[in-house]
Design a protein around this ligand. Structure first.
Ligand SMILES: [Zn+2]
Length: 198
């Protein structure tokens, strides 16, 4: 459906901010909150005229960029720790999640208390702290930096947006540009725009 087409939303300073659908983009423009930087080539008829639908819009005001904190998941922890055991340094596909201060001793399920551990180290440490088990962490676990482009889902990136996303070549997202956009992947995500006082 035409009104479900994804539109790239840039902040006033041209930083990519979000993706919304055409209906939302036209609404923002109609209320003077955004301007069209690139049209999609599609036309939409309103009672009074034909309108060129936007592919990229820019907000006329600056939105404080939402921070996309990394979700604490097994995969993100393994990635943060470089796919290795933080006790012995072994790189293995068979990683487990270890609570440094064990849950049974009041340890939190938080970025600074979970690490990747190989099965052998996890087994050896059991329900003890590293000190109790005589083991040492290679590095102190911390929360990884937020991902500023977390809102981009590779399959939704449109070829026409490319000039507005100069960093794209450096990211895994670039690979998706060769693929077609599945219609089911176009669900609008407009949460970040709520900060705009809409
Ligand atoms: Zn290990």
């Amino acid at each position: 459906m035409l009104t479900r087409q994804p539109v790239l939303v840039l902040n006033q300073n041209y930083q990519p901010l979000n993706i919304c659908d055409v209906r939302r983009a036209v609404s923002l423009m109609g209320r003077g909150k955004a301007e069209s930087l690139l049209t999609s080539g599609h036309l939409l008829r309103s009672p009074s005229a034909w309108h060129e639908l936007p592919a990229v819009i820019r907000l006329v005001y600056l939105v404080k960029r939402p921070l996309h904190r990394r979700r604490l998941s097994r995969r993100e922890v393994f990635m943060r720790d470089g796919l290795r055991c933080l006790y012995c340094g072994a790189r293995t596909r068979d990683l487990t999640l270890d609570h440094v201060m064990p849950r049974s001793q009041g340890g939190a399920h938080s970025w600074d208390n979970v690490v990747s551990a190989c099965k052998s180290c996890n087994h050896r440490k059991a329900g003890r702290t590293p000190l109790q088990a005589g083991m040492k962490l290679l590095i102190e676990p911390r929360e990884p930096r937020p991902n500023p482009y977390a809102f981009f889902h590779a399959e939704r990136v449109q070829q026409s947006w490319r000039p507005f996303l100069p960093w794209l070549d450096d990211t895994p997202v670039a690979g998706a540009l060769n693929g077609a956009t599945p219609a089911g992947a176009l669900a609008p995500r407009v949460g970040a725009l709520a900060a705009g006082g809409d």
